[in-house]
Design a protein around this ligand. Structure first.
Ligand SMILES: NC(=O)C1=CN([C@@H]2O[C@H](COP(=O)(O)OP(=O)(O)OC[C@H]3O[C@@H](n4cnc5c(N)ncnc54)[C@H](OP(=O)(O)O)[C@@H]3O)[C@@H](O)[C@H]2O)C=CC1
Ligand SMILES: N[C@@H](CC=O)C(=O)O
Length: 800
């Protein structure tokens, strides 16, 4: 025999009840041996409780009652509910007169929901030709007298059920009311939370069923609540032990007490979706094939009680007193954690019971306050418990580190000795983000990286296009979901927590809003975005003042902008201290040599103790292009400069290149990588701009760009034969000299031979004494730079 159980949503008017009837009818017609257990339909239980409350407060419940009756009768007007409706009317009237009700009355009221459901379904099935039999569980499940949460009496209930099914067997399909029973005086009782599932499990146990099929409105049990974690996946199978852990930790479908009767007889429980008949659901059974972490569940209506005291060390019986005190108030403790010093004991309890718990504990430990053995009993009520079911402690560092990196520091954690469950208490405000971070780490379904790109010009825009093109591949190959949630220029931002559109260029003008960086930080916080990266592809001197705030708010940084590394050393130093404090990273490989792997190489050599003596070369891609072209072609200097701008080699204001500032910045960045605390003012710079072009507006400069031509024509003419012009940077760690200047070199020398926008860096070290280590390649350009920024982002994703 199989027991089928249908929940309220599966029996609601419309698609629910229709589909449920079809499922039962088809199984009955295929001569499957089945019994059916039903919950109340739709929101019947909640509505009955609401009306009861209204009656108790002497408020009018009549309108709601009329609507309730209409809803329940709507599907089949032929079914006679007059007995149930009259019972309800009488009960409400009585409660209204008294202005109060007991748990016993409450059970009588709510039980009508299941009775109405079973009567209706029986009738509908009969119309479909099924030999259905209305079965009132009050005649079968006998319980103790605890109204509202009654315990079934095993021996008598078992006997009743077996006898009933013996006399109603063969083609009969018993339609059983879930949730309700009766005591020895035949007074109606209910089985408490998840009562209908409990009825179904009891029946399965008593009748030695081969499977309990629980029809719900979801496809099964998920790796996490899909409302909180978009990437949550359905679990195919769970063991009873795992289900038990989940049941204790908030998985709504399961409840520990419903699993016990199934474990006892080794009866599998299958969670199915009434509305998705093709899905196999989740099966819960004795043994499963797949081992490992199964699910993350949450308890969010909890409070953390903390008892602290210097005099608790070695005191026998303190915990016993706590539990006795809470037990007397019927307060259940779901987690306890105690340090070996015994100075602090943390207890997780139901949030609704927190005040009672504190009052009771303060009373119990009153004398200990006087003796100063106990200093404080406090409660934190804005907390939630996240439980990782199946978490092996040897792997726990992964989700834990990810939480810390995302600035979520658990308040308390705790594990079961069996190693099947690790629970973390976190602030409720951080719950959403925490569960996503943990889920991404342990299930590896995909790690979501949330990126804000500041600056959507040449480099930023190319980067965004590259991300759009590559994100699917990166997801498929590396399980990394790149989610650009913000794109900003100097005035506006386009925000979408689910990721900007692929055609972001067209969407930006439609969606853009004015912004401050703080608003973007708040947006990330309010939308619980994890693994945050801020990308600076501006050339802004002001934007860098947001770096520290971004770091403080959980962002890692990637930057093409060289300013933060080249302003005063004190800022450079402070930023690094903040990064260290918050365990954040700042990557800026493109600051020198665009996409060339220069900074990483220098860092590695320096870290390994290799003494770098000198770095020399053509540091600027745009000036390289300028002089490579100008030296060999018969063309005006200003014409080549315009070409360099058009090709995206120059800074937004090309005078940054021509003044030597950009090369000087690169030199300073490399010097600081070598722990030299130089300032920009320490660099000797040969400015290539005539004075009158230096301080005017960019537009005026562009209008007068041909003023450069005469000067460079002369310089070119005065060169030695077979020589070419190169603008070089020179950094000597031995002399402390940092210099950028225009020189004339033989065209067949290493510097003389470079082509296009190539940069060349010669690194002289102890090991590379005579023949330097040379890094050469395109030193400027939007595509190579954006690719370098992209590389930094991907490098960061490995650290997150
Ligand atoms: N080109 C190259 O080869 C290389 C460039 N780089 C660096 O890349 C950076 C970007 O260069 P490029 O793309 O050419 O510059 P662009 O001028 O093309 O783009 C700059 C972008 O930054 C935006 N911006 C300016 N201020 C802010 C702000 N406060 N907040 C947010 N956005 C802002 C601008 O917006 P708006 O339009 O509103 O002003 C614009 O969208 C520079 O720092 C450059 O040094 C590094 C290596 C190589
Ligand atoms: N303008 C710069 C771009 C890279 O930093 C250059 O020409 O090198």
């Amino acid at each position: 025999m199989k027991i089928l159980k249908f929940g309220g949503k599966s029996l609601a008017n419309g698609k629910g009840i229709k589909t449920a009837i079809q499922i039962i009818r088809d199984k009955a017609k295929q001569q499957e041996d089945i019994a059916v257990v039903l919950s109340a339909r739709g929101n019947a239980t909640d509505e009955l409780l609401e009306m009861l409350e209204k009656a108790a407060h002497k408020e009018s419940y009549h309108e709601q009652f009329t609507a309730f009756k209409a809803y329940q009768s709507q599907i089949d007007r032929a079914v006679d509910f007059s007995e149930e409706f009259t019972t309800l009317e009488n009960l409400f009237q009585g409660v209204s007169l008294l202005g109060d009700y007991s748990e016993k009355i409450k059970d009588q009221v709510v039980s009508q929901g299941e009775i109405i459901a079973a009567k209706l379904v029986t009738n509908l099935l009969k119309k479909e030709g099924v030999n259905a039999h209305f079965t009132d569980a009050r005649n079968l499940i006998k319980t103790d007298n605890v109204f509202g949460n009654a315990r079934p009496l095993d021996v008598i209930s078992r006997k009743n059920v077996i006898n009933h099914f013996k006399s109603h067997n063969g083609t009969t399909v018993n339609i059983v009311t879930g949730f309700i029973g009766s005591n020895q005086n035949n007074e109606t009782t209910t089985l408490g939370r998840n009562g209908s599932n409990y009825t179904a499990a009891l029946l399965a146990n008593f009748l030695d069923a081969e499977e309990l099929q629980n029809y719900t409105h979801v496809d099964g049990i998920f790796t996490a609540n899909p409302d909180l974690v978009a990437d949550a996946k359905k679990i195919e199978e769970l063991s009873f032990n795992e289900a038990n852990e989940l049941a204790n930790f908030g998985a709504n479908i399961l409840h520990a007490k419903t699993i016990v009767p199934l474990i006892e007889k080794n009866i599998p429980l299958r969670i199915l979706n009434t509305f998705n008949s093709s899905d196999e659901g989740t099966i819960i059974k004795q043994k499963t094939i797949k081992k490992g972490i199964k699910s993350i569940s949450v308890l969010d209506n909890v409070a953390l009680v903390n008892l602290e005291g210097g005099g608790l060390l070695g005191r026998v019986g303190v915990d016993a007193r706590i539990f006795k005190t809470l037990g007397e108030k019927d307060i259940n403790v779901s987690i306890i954690s105690q340090g070996s010093s015994e100075r602090g004991i943390g207890l997780v309890i139901d949030a609704n019971q927190a005040s009672n718990a504190i009052i009771a504990l303060e009373r119990e430990f009153e004398n200990d306050f006087y003796t100063k053995d106990v200093n404080k009993i406090s409660v934190i009520d804005d907390v939630a418990v996240i439980s990782i079911v199946g978490q092996n402690l040897s792997e726990f560092h992964k989700p834990y580190n990810a939480l810390i990196k995302n600035q979520i520091v658990p308040i308390l954690f705790n594990n079961t000795v069996s190693g099947k469950n690790v629970s973390l208490v976190v602030k409720k405000t951080q719950l959403h983000k925490a569960i996503n971070v943990i889920h991404g780490q342990i299930f590896g379904i995909s790690k979501k990286i949330n990126i804000a790109v500041f600056g959507k010009g040449l480099v930023g825009g190319t980067l965004l296009d590259q991300i759009v093109q590559s994100k699917k591949d990166i997801l498929d190959k590396n399980n990394i979901k790149l989610n650009v949630f913000a794109v900003a220029d100097s005035q506006h931002v386009y925000l979408d927590k689910n990721g900007i559109a692929d055609n972001w260029q067209e969407t930006f003008p439609k969606e853009k809003v004015a912004y401050t960086v703080q608003q973007i930080i708040d947006y990330a916080k309010n939308n619980h975005l994890e693994n945050l990266i801020a990308v600076d592809t501006t050339a802004s001197k002001e934007f860098i003042h947001n770096y520290i705030s971004l770091v403080n708010n959980g962002f890692d940084l990637v930057s093409a902008n060289k300013i933060a590394n080249t302003v005063e050393y004190s800022f450079y130093d402070t930023l690094r201290k903040e990064l260290k404090k918050h365990q954040k990273n700042y990557l800026y490989e493109t600051n020198v040599g665009a996409g060339l792997p220069l900074i990483d190489t220098i860092k590695l050599l320096h870290k390994s103790g290799e003494k770098i003596k000198k770095i020399r070369g053509v540091f600027s891609g745009s000036l390289s292009y300028l002089f490579n072209t100008f030296s060999v072609e018969d063309v005006e200097f200003s014409t080549v400069l315009k070409q360099a701008e058009e090709k995206g080699f120059t800074e937004p204001d090309a005078r940054e290149d021509l003044s030597g500032n950009d090369v000087a910045r690169k030199l300073l960045i490399l010097a600081r990588e070598l722990d030299l605390k130089h300032e920009f003012s320490d660099i000797t710079i040969q400015n290539l701009l005539p004075v009158h072009l230096q301080a005017i507006s960019l537009q005026k400069f562009k209008n007068n760009i041909t003023d450069l031509d005469q000067t460079y024509k002369l310089i070119k003419a005065n060169q030695q034969k077979n020589h070419v012009l190169r603008y070089v940077g020179d950094l000597s760690t031995e002399t402390g000299v940092l210099e950028v200047k225009l020189i004339s070199v033989p065209s067949n020398s290493a510097l003389g031979q470079i082509k296009g926008s190539d940069s060349i860096f010669e690194i002289y070290t102890e090991a590379y004494k005579e023949q330097p280590l040379v890094i050469q390649g395109a030193g400027a350009g939007a595509a190579v730079t954006a690719r370098g920024v992209f590389g930094d982002i991907l490098r960061l994703t490995e650290k997150l």
